[in-house]
Design a protein around this ligand. Structure first.
Ligand code: PCP
Length: 387
């Protein structure tokens, strides 16, 4: 038995490829046609109303191409990019890497989508905690990849044990409805949870299983008192009504009884817009589907040069490119890679190139920071970003 997924070995062998790439390879090989090409990865547009996206998945691409006689240039992982900005380019003899287009795009499209949805939720939540809760919506083999990108995109924590281990982080979570249903009694459930958890696990009581949220919150506070860190409201859609008013009521009732320390943790069907709406009362969020099932970034990988001469199909600008960012006001300019962006068209300040060599002479030459550092990089860029 085994899951219906491709193995690492098969992906590295180029077997996860659209058959037409194998047919192109056969046709070109039959005539010994194997030009030196430059291919660029870029997104013509971004999903929904995204103004920017987070570049993610590069670490896995560098693993995939390791050993191939090619050169890669790329933006650093965690960089923000816009429509029609190249994020990565590959240079080499076409027959040496053409069949890897499917896997290269797959690694970048999904990772960048997830990281961006996570970043949008974190930007909306500001300093409130956002935990990735969405692994259950996707094939379990993908959970570490999904949560790695949710984390570097800005989530403060991830729920899956395996994902957290691979990240070198501690898994985050509260309690599930199954605990309360199996105990068939909220007091018993809260007490056994409290008694069996190590001190570093925050006592977050789920309060919507049997009761109205207001009375559920007061009951949890009565049972756990000062040990109660937060109450989680995972109210089913059929009973959400005016959810902000419900949170306000819960907040009021807890505060007038001296439970001002108890935070409100919200989960269930959240996205960046619900988060903006709930921010006045919420302290933390569990976001699932909206991040793990994020729209992908529709990257395409196109030839832009043959034998170092600009050539591309209709609809794509030919020539290898560089993207520059103004160090003062963040303005961005695209030029040919051989060109130089003298100064910022807006403020005249110096411009810095965003695309740099990352794989050359069979070696990865770009540092891939630890996930926590990549996350810090994204958070710093979000400071000047808008939803
Ligand atoms: C799950 C979890 C989040 C849901 C799923 C993920 O809830 O607690 O609330 O959120 P999403 O809507 O953003 O995908 P349930 O399965 O209802 O409950 P439990 O917490 O008991 O697993």
């Amino acid at each position: 038995m085994g899951f219906q997924v491709a193995s690492y070995e098969h992906i590295k062998q180029g077997r996860v490829t659209d058959v037409y790439f194998e047919r192109v390879k056969a046709a070109l090989s039959s005539k010994g046609i194997n030009p030196l090409v430059d291919m660029e990865v870029r997104a013509g547009s971004l999903p929904d109303e995204w103004k920017w996206a987070v570049f993610a998945g590069l670490e896995e691409v560098l693993d995939l191409v390791d050993g191939l006689p090619i050169e890669l240039r790329a933006m650093e992982e965690g960089e923000l990019f816009g429509p029609r900005e190249p994020v990565l380019s590959v240079r080499g003899r076409y027959l040496d890497f053409g069949v890897f287009e499917t896997a290269i795009l797959g690694l970048l499209c999904q990772a960048s989508g997830i990281a961006t949805s996570a970043a949008r939720c974190k930007l909306a939540a500001a300093d409130r905690t956002v935990i990735s809760f969405g692994a259950r919506r996707m094939h379990p083999t993908l959970a570490p990849m999904i949560e790695r990108n949710a984390f570097i995109g800005g989530c403060d924590g991830v729920a899956v044990v395996e994902s957290a281990e691979q990240l070198g982080e501690t898994a985050s979570g509260t309690m599930s409805h199954t605990l309360i249903l199996c105990a068939q009694d909220e007091r018993l459930a809260y007490e056994i949870f409290d008694a069996s958890m190590p001190p570093e696990v925050p006592r977050v009581a789920l309060i919507d299983t049997f009761q109205d949220e207001k009375f559920g919150a007061l009951f949890a506070a009565e049972v756990l008192g000062d040990r109660l860190a937060a109450v989680r409201l995972d109210t089913p859609g059929s009973r959400r009504g005016d959810f902000l008013r419900i949170m306000e009521e819960v907040r009021w009732e807890l505060d007038i009884r001296g439970f001002g320390h108890v935070k409100l943790f919200i989960s269930g069907n959240l996205d960046e817009y619900k988060i903006l709406e709930y921010n006045p009362l919420a302290d933390a969020y569990g976001v699932g589907t909206h991040i793990s099932n994020s729209p992908v970034v529709n990257f395409a990988m196109d030839i832009v040069q043959i034998d170092s001469k600009p050539l591309s199909k209709r609809g794509k600008e030919s020539g290898l490119k560089q993207v520059w960012r103004c160090s003062a006001d963040g303005a961005r300019v695209r030029t040919l890679a051989t060109g130089q962006a003298a100064s910022c068209p807006r403020c005249g300040s110096a411009m810095e190139p965003l695309i740099e060599d990352c794989y050359k002479d069979g070696r990865v030459i770009m540092q891939t920071p630890a996930p926590r550092d990549l996350r810090a990089r994204v958070l710093s860029k979000l400071e000047s970003a808008e939803l």
